[in-house]
Design a protein around this ligand. Structure first.
Ligand code: AMP
Length: 318
């Protein structure tokens, strides 16, 4: 079954991205998986062109370094069908329903400088999904409303113009670890968090990882009984134990926060070492990365062309 996932290049990839998304994506990857870098979505907020280009290159290299290549890897803007279908779907969506999108309401509505693309981005996301005839879309709560919109648009289009689109089901994502910020363990470790002190980036060298883990927030308890999970009262310690276990370690027998932090550092450094090694090799050979993404875009253009053609014909374009 087709498996589609897009990542937005708005910051450096984090340990949270790896344990929560990239590692499960690697496990799920087959020849029928399409993993894209959503560079068009990154244009919906203020951006710097050179920084975007560098982030896309870094992300493209990292996805390969993580080992996702059984999937088709591509950059969204290299497949023009995404923006072409988005326009046809903009002619299907209404301003009323886009106005109700929670993310737009929270991040842009009523602000005169908000980019129009932030208003329409759920429609581009619908195009991303419908072009690949995805049958099930695993999404977290923050994107659920957008996939519901995707379903509404597909149904409306099919009803008005004929059965062009596969209407996707909304699925619960395979449980990946949820990693919290080391400095603020009640919020997610996110790539666009203001301060990087609580975030481990995939390309952080071992000494930076050691320093960030050493400074992670814990609590004032001491002794071996302190090293235990309790999400409500010990969010920092719980997060460190979660990270340790997700990276193949165990907190059993650890009798101090110092020992826990040493174990977390070692486990994270070991988890990231092969990725960083491959990244360094690939970064020396950018042409090989470019070749993978060129082949990926070619495959995506072939797969999506019939869907776009059917939508064009159905809506009345010659
Ligand atoms: P984002 O970086 O928020 O665009 O998310 C990209 C993907 O990484 C999504 O599948 C997220 O669920 C996942 N992800 C991001 N941050 C974390 C985190 N701290 N813990 C687990 N998964 C995460």
């Amino acid at each position: 079954m087709t498996h589609l996932s897009l990542l937005k290049p708005t910051g450096h990839l984090t340990l949270g991205n790896h344990l929560g998304a990239l590692r499960p994506m690697r496990e799920a990857a087959t020849g029928d998986s399409y993993y894209g870098i959503a560079d068009l979505h990154a244009l919906t907020v203020a951006h710097d062109p050179a920084a975007l280009r560098a982030l896309v290159q870094e992300m493209a290299t990292l996805l390969l370094a993580v080992g996702l290549e059984p999937a088709t890897l591509f950059v969204q803007s290299h497949v023009p069908a995404h923006s072409e279908l988005a326009y046809l779907l903009e002619c299907t969506a209404t301003t009323g329903e886009l106005n109700r999108m929670i993310q737009f309401k929270e991040k842009g509505r009523g602000v005169p400088t908000t980019r129009a693309s932030l208003f329409t981005y759920p429609v581009l996301m619908a195009a991303d999904i419908l072009l690949y005839r995805a049958e099930r879309v695993p999404v977290g709560d923050d994107q659920r409303q957008h996939v519901e919109l995707t379903r509404d648009l597909a149904l409306r289009f099919n009803q008005a113009y004929g059965p062009v689109f596969t209407v996707p089901e909304i699925a619960t994502p395979a449980a990946g670890a949820r990693v919290m910020d080391l400095q603020d363990p009640t919020t997610k470790m996110g790539k666009s968090h203001q301060s990087g002190a609580g975030i481990i980036y995939l390309l952080d060298p071992p000494d930076i990882i050691r320093r960030k883990v050493a400074r992670a927030v814990t609590d004032s308890a001491t002794g071996s009984a302190a090293v235990r999970r309790d999400r409500a009262t010990k969010p920092g310690v719980t997060n460190l134990i979660d990270i340790l276990e997700a990276c193949g370690g165990s907190a059993d027998g650890l009798s101090s926060y110092g020992a826990l932090k040493t174990a977390v550092t070692e486990a994270v450094v070991e988890e990231l070492a092969p990725i960083q090694k491959r990244y360094a090799d690939l970064a020396c050979d950018p042409a090989s990365v470019t070749a993978v993404y060129a082949a990926g875009a070619e495959r995506c253009r072939e797969v999506t062309a019939p869907v776009l053609a059917a939508a064009r014909a159905a809506i009345g374009l010659g």
